[in-house]
Write a new protein. Structure first.
Length: 60
């Protein structure tokens, strides 16, 4: 199984976080990260936290 990092803002109206939660629940090796008070650009709003999470996820 391929690990998957699912990332979203908890206030994203374009891709609601319920979709991200369901996706992460259905994928056997998924890790979910939801950024508080973030919209569709959550990875840009929380870029430092996202880069850290991505590095940890990738093991780098």
């Amino acid at each position: 199984m391929i690990p998957v990092l699912v990332v979203n803002g908890d206030q994203d109206i374009m891709g609601p976080n319920t979709n991200s939660i369901n996706l992460a629940r259905r994928l056997p090796n998924a890790e979910l990260v939801l950024y508080e008070d973030a919209g569709h650009g959550g990875i840009f709003q929380y870029h430092e936290a996202f880069v850290k999470a991505a590095h940890e996820f990738l093991g780098t």
